[in-house]
Design a protein around this ligand. Structure first.
Ligand SMILES: [Fe+2]
Ligand SMILES: [Fe+2]
Length: 220
């Protein structure tokens, strides 16, 4: 018998997503709307944030390779689309980074190894655990896109704003797909244990993530 029921799991899972959406929005607003925000600060944040795009290509590849036989074919096809879109996000953002003299990251940022390793650990557990983890992560970003788009334009980065318009549209699909997979494939007590373990751990990692990419400006 699982420590929590399926219903309790979904209540907590959705509460974690709501909390993270609010946290992300608050941190993003403080960072992006600052009058003295510089393009350099933006690119420092974006260099870290873009790693998540390519990381999801690897996580999705592993998910599809290891679990495709346990999933419906339409779900597998949707995961392939998700994977391709993450590769596309990495590509379009890296082009902007390079255009402005920055380098595309090819290693996970040292500050975000906890986030990275949690996904790999979750991928080793069962068919839906990693999806529960990344659904919390991806859903939390949905409240930040409009803030990013508007303020990229404000500080003279319309090229970056255009990238996030594409990303915003795709991420709505990713968030819905993840929610659907968790609803369909978190079934047994073991799945519930694994999924809530992953969502709780992700909550900690994500708070650290937003604190790191959107640091409060030091008052001197
Ligand atoms: Fe993405
Ligand atoms: Fe995504």
């Amino acid at each position: 018998m699982s420590a929590i029921t399926r219903e309790e799991f979904f209540t907590e899972f959705r509460a974690i997503k709501e909390e993270l959406k609010n946290y992300a929005q608050e941190k993003a607003e403080k960072f992006w709307t600052r009058e003295d925000l510089t393009q350099e600060e933006v690119f420092t944040a974006i260099e870290q944030r873009v790693w998540l795009e390519i990381a999801y290509v690897f996580f999705l590849g592993k998910q599809i390779n290891d679990y495709w036989k346990e999933l419906d074919r339409t779900t597998v096809t949707a995961l392939c689309k998700h994977m391709w879109e993450e590769a596309h996000h990495y590509e379009i953002i890296c082009r902007v980074l390079e255009k402005h003299g920055y380098t595309a990251p090819t290693e996970p940022p040292a500050q975000h190894l906890g986030w990275e390793n949690l996904h790999w650990e979750a991928l080793g557990k069962d068919r839906a655990c990693a999806v529960a983890v990344w659904n919390c992560s991806e859903t939390s970003t949905t409240t930040t896109h409009d803030i990013v788009i508007e303020n990229c334009r404000r500080i003279g980065l319309p090229d970056l704003a255009r990238c996030y318009e594409t990303i915003k549209k795709d991420e709505e699909f990713h968030a819905r797909l993840g929610e659907m997979i968790v609803e369909k494939y978190v079934v047994t007590d073991e799945h519930i244990e694994n999924a809530i373990w992953g969502a709780r751990r992700l909550r900690e990692e994500m708070i650290h993530y937003y604190d790191t990419i959107y640091p409060a400006k030091e008052i001197v």
